[in-house]
Design a protein around this ligand. Structure first.
Ligand code: DLL
Length: 433
C-alpha cells in the first residue's frame, strides 16, 4: 500500500480522537464563516446562535441549515470566506433550470480534495503503477478535473479521455493498457455493451481492474452487471460540487457502503421534513459540513441525497463513518397512484433480469400511469413472439412487486434509447414539460 496516502493516524483514529479533531475543526469553520460571510452571520443571528455556543458536536443541531437557495443569495460571490485573490478555480453544478450553482476553490482546497481522492484510490488498492482513464466530462463539472488532480497526486498515469467517442475509449484502453476507469454508471453500461458487441474479451484484450462509478445514483444490480461484463471491481464514488466534487464518499474493498472522510466532513442524516436527526440506521437526507475547505465552507448543507448510516465496524479497519449507497434524491422521487417511487428502484429490478440490456427510460404522462421503456438483448427480436411476451410479462410483474404499481412496459432493441455520456436522464416527466 502506498504509505504516503494511507495515513493510519487519520484513517484508523478511534472514534473519540476523531470527534476531538472534528470539534476543533468545526469550531474554527463556524468562527470563520461568522466573521467573514455576512450571509452566515445573518443566518446565525436569526437562529439565535453564536459559534461560541458550540461545545460539543451535537450542538451543531442548533445551527441553521444551508440549502441550495442560500447559494443564490448575493450570487455568485456571496458565500466566499476568502478574498478573491485567494480563489483559483470555479466549478459549477447545473440544476435543471436557471443559473448554475457556483462553487469556488482556493489552492488549498484543490490539493486538500486531491488528497482525499488519493487516499480513496489507495483504499481501493490502486497505486502509482495504475493507469486511470478519466472518462468524466472535463470542464465546469467537478467530475473529471477533481479526480484528475487526485489521481495525479497519487502518481497514477492519467488519460484525460473525457466522455464519448466510445470506439476511441476502447482503443485507448487497448493501446495504453488502462487499468482503472472513472465514468458515470450509465455510460459504463454502454461502454461495456460496446466492448461485448465488438467481440472483445475484457480478460484477454484489456487490462482493466477497477472501475470508479459515480455522479449519479445507481443500484447494486448495476454494479454487479458491470463487474460481470467487464471482469472488474466496481467502486462507488460519491460527491457533490458543493463539497469539492468527487471523493467525498468512497467505497473500500468491503464494498458495502461508502466511507466519508470525517476529518474533512461532519456528517448528519436528517428527516427531510422535520430536519431532526433520524435514528441510527434509518433513511434520511444527508447533511454535510465542510471542515477543512477554505474558500467556501458550507455549514449543514442539505444535499437532498437519501441514505442511512451503516453502523457495523468495517472489515477494512477504517473508522470513518459509512453511508449506504444513495437511494435517490429527494427531488428525483415521483408519485404514481399515490405511491412514492425512486427511479433507482426500477433500475434495480431491470438490471437483475436476464435479457435486459443496458438502457431504459421512465416516461410519466399522467398521475396514475407510467411507461417503462427497456432495451433488451437483440436475440429476443428473432421473431419468437412468445419468448418476447414472456420477458415482457416477467419485467412487468417484477416491477409491480417492487413498486406496487403496474407500469406499462415497452421492449425496444439495443441502441434505441439515447445514450448519455454524462449524467443520464432516465425520467421523462411529460406532466411538467
Ligand atoms: O456529481 C460529483 C461527482 C463526480 C461525484 C464524479 C462522483 C463522481 P454534482 O454535479 O454537483 O457533483 O452532483 C452531485 O450527484 O448530490 C448526488 O445526487 C449525485 N451523485 C454523485 N455521486 C453519486 C453516487 C458530482 N455515487 C449529485 N451515487 C449528488 C449516487 C451520486 N448519487
Amino acid at each position: 500500500m502506498e504509505n504516503r496516502y494511507f495515513n493510519p493516524k487519520v484513517e484508523l483514529l478511534n472514534k473519540e480522537e476523531l470527534k476531538d479533531l472534528q470539534l476543533k475543526r468545526l469550531k474554527a469553520v463556524l468562527n470563520k464563516v461568522y466573521r467573514r460571510v455576512p450571509h452566515y452571520r445573518k443566518k446565525f443571528e436569526e437562529a439565535g446562535v453564536k459559534p461560541r455556543n458550540l461545545k460539543t458536536l451535537e450542538d451543531i443541531k442548533a445551527f441553521p441549515f444551508t440549502t441550495k437557495e442560500d447559494l443564490f443569495v448575493d450570487y455568485p460571490f456571496g458565500l466566499l470566506a476568502e478574498p478573491l485573490e485567494k480563489i483559483v478555480r470555479l466549478h459549477t453544478s447545473s440544476g435543471t433550470t436557471g443559473k448554475p450553482k457556483a462553487l469556488f476553490f482556493s489552492k488549498r482546497d484543490i490539493w486538500a480534495q486531491a488528497e482525499l481522492i488519493a487516499r480513496a484510490l489507495v483504499m481501493t488498492g490502486a497505486s502509482s503503477r495504475d493507469i486511470l482513464q478519466n472518462s468524466m466530462t472535463y470542464g465546469l463539472f467537478t467530475g473529471a478535473l477533481v479526480m484528475h488532480y487526485g489521481a495525479e497526486l497519487l502518481g497514477m498515469l492519467v488519460i484525460p479521455a473525457g466522455p464519448g467517442n466510445t470506439e476511441r475509449q476502447i482503443e485507448l484502453m487497448q493501446t495504453f493498457g488502462t487499468t482503472c476507469l472513472h465514468m458515470t454508471p450509465s455510460y459504463a453500461l454502454y461502454v461495456a455493451s460496446v466492448i461485448q458487441s465488438k467481440g472483445l474479451s475484457p480478460k484477454r484484450d484489456l487490462q482493466l481492474k477497477r472501475v470508479y462509478l459515480g455522479a449519479e445514483p445507481y443500484s447494486e444490480e448495476t454494479r454487479q452487471k458491470i463487474e460481470e461484463m467487464l471482469g472488474v471491481d466496481v467502486f462507488n464514488c460519491y460527491g457533490l460540487s458543493e463539497m469539492g466534487g468527487p471523493g467525498v464518499g468512497f467505497e473500500c474493498p468491503a464494498k458495502n457502503g461508502l466511507h466519508i472522510w470525517e476529518d474533512a466532513f461532519l456528517v448528519e442524516i436528517v428527516n427531510p421534513e422535520t430536519g431532526e436527526w433520524v435514528k441510527e440506521g434509518e433513511v434520511g437526507e444527508l447533511v454535510l459540513t465542510s471542515l477543512n475547505r477554505t474558500a467556501m465552507p458550507l455549514i449543514r448543507y442539505r444535499t437532498r441525497d437519501l441514505t442511512r448510516f451503516i453502523t457495523e465496524p468495517c472489515p477494512c479497519g477504517r473508522t470513518h463513518v459509512k453511508i449506504a449507497r444513495i437511494l435517490g434524491r429527494t427531488d428525483d422521487m415521483f408519485i404514481i397512484k399515490g405511491v412514492n417511487i425512486f427511479p433507482q428502484q426500477i433500475e434495480a429490478v431491470l438490471m437483475s433480469i436476464k435479457g435486459v440490456a443496458q438502457n431504459y427510460q421512465i416516461i410519466l404522462e399522467g398521475y396514475d400511469e407510467m411507461t417503462v421503456r427497456v432495451e433488451i438483448d437483440r436475440e429476443f427480436f428473432d421473431g419468437r413472439l412468445e419468448r418476447l411476451l414472456a420477458l415482457k410479462n416477467e419485467i412487468t410483474e417484477k416491477l409491480r412487486q417492487a413498486i406496487m404499481v403496474r407500469p406499462k412496459v415497452e421492449l425496444v432493441e439495443p441502441g434505441t434509447l439515447p445514450v448519455s455520456e454524462g449524467k443520464a436522464k432516465r425520467v421523462i416527466d411529460k406532466r411538467t414539460l
